[in-house]
Design a protein around this ligand. Structure first.
Ligand code: PLP
Length: 387
């Protein structure tokens, strides 16, 4: 189909919720994606952190294909092996006990919020300025940006927002009605905000002291991206509930809410028709195997450190700060030129995005090497010079 025809059909038949870049992507291999006409792009956003093991990954494709031929979906009316295997694996990786499977990040947070209400019998939540937890109504209530929420108010549950990385602000906000604190260990959509070392530990201590649940949203930071499978593991904390999605099945839709021993739904409390289906669970198991067997967490840390060092060497007045952990990286600008830079990078064959007007975000697949980092920084350097 012609590119113009695709754009016209999108406008005519797809609800206009997305501002899209003007290219039509067709296939990919490793850290690269290609247009139908063959133009190659270095993909340093990887479906917004959804493809940790790279595009066209043969091992994962094989696992998906074998499962697709065997059984795709039978609902949760029956037991299935890939689901229990994945739950066991995620429980081990998180240090928690039980999983509820769904299909996306917002659903994982929706489950966490319902679970919290059910076990605490309280209704108030604390979230953070800059937070992003999703677009369904409870997750949206815990999301910071007014622009996302305004048309859909009133939203439930009641959420109080406090300054991120400020333990005193959190302490002040806690009341006897607080059910849980929901936090990203590194804020993604806010522009890669890494809290001070020790902050998450203090959040955990405050929650424990006040008998409040701690929900850690690992939807963007999880799946090995920061050098450990979950970013909270760097701080040696044990949340009550963890949510995960995005890269868990290397691009297939899956989400999960994982909880500590004793935090559980009762039969009929919650459900998802597709949640934990055979195909996505088989893909997730293959993804985790691939991450572990190919040392992608170590690679994320090593190549991430190199990437941040190389970005730090770019000598441009407009760059204020390079920040991040592993392969979750942001470049903060002194001016609101992130979109202009991202657009020009696209023209030169590099896919990145702007988290805010002044923050460029990099979420490459975890398979990248120093060679691809050099390719990316070279393009970025040229583009910033031109801007
Ligand atoms: N939580 C975090 C931290 C996210 O970054 C996102 C998406 O960007 C979500 C939740 C929502 O995930 P989804 O778009 O899969 O619903």
């Amino acid at each position: 189909m012609e590119i113009e025809k695709i754009k016209q059909l999108e406008k005519q038949h797809i609800m206009q919720t997305y501002g899209r870049f003007p290219i039509v992507l067709d296939h990919g291999i490793g850290p690269y994606v290609y247009c139908k006409e063959g133009k190659k792009y270095l993909d340093f956003i990887s479906g917004i952190a959804c493809v940790p093991c790279g595009h066209g990954n043969k091992e994962i494709a094989k696992a998906i294909s074998e499962q697709a031929k065997k059984l795709v979906q039978v609902s949760n009316l029956y037991y299935t092996e890939p689901q229990v295997k994945l739950a066991e694996k995620l429980s081990k990786l998180s240090g928690l006990e039980k999983c509820f499977f769904c299909n996306s990040g917002t659903e994982a947070n929706e489950a966490a919020i319902k679970l919290t209400k059910k076990v605490t019998k309280k209704k108030e939540f604390i979230a953070f300025e800059g937070s992003f937890h999703g677009r369904t109504t409870a997750s949206l209530a815990a999301t910071w940006k007014a622009k996302y929420k305004k048309p859909f108010e009133p939203l439930s549950p009641n959420v109080k927002f406090v300054k991120y990385n400020d333990i005193k602000a959190l302490e002040k906000a806690i009341t006897k009605d607080t059910a849980a604190v929901i936090i990203e260990p590194i804020q993604g959509e806010a522009g890669i905000i890494v809290p001070d070392k020790g902050y998450l530990k203090k959040v955990e201590e405050l929650c424990n002291k006040n008998n409040i649940l701690l929900i850690v949203d690992e939807v963007q930071s999880g799946n090995g991206r920061t050098g450990k499978f979950f970013a909270y593991l760097h701080e040696n904390i044990k949340p009550d509930i963890v949510t995960l999605a995005k890269g868990l099945a290397n691009g297939l839709p899956i989400g999960v809410c994982i909880a500590k021993k004793g935090i559980d739904f009762d039969k009929g409390n919650h459900a998802s028709t597709f949640g934990g289906n055979n195909l996505c669970c088989a893909a997730a198991l293959a993804t985790i195997d691939y991450i572990e067997e190919n040392n992608l967490m170590e690679n994320a840390e090593k190549v991430g450190n190199y990437f941040m060092k190389e970005l730090g060497k770019l000598k441009h007045n407009i760059i204020k700060k390079v920040k991040g952990k592993g392969l979750m990286i942001g470049v903060e600008l002194k001016q609101n030129k992130a979109k202009e830079i991202v657009d020009k990078c696209l023209e030169k064959g590099l896919l990145i995005n702007n988290a805010t007007e002044n923050i460029i975000r990099f979420l490459p697949p975890l398979i990248i090497t120093k060679k691809e980092v050099d390719e990316c920084t070279k393009i970025l350097d040229e583009v910033i010079k031109e801007c």
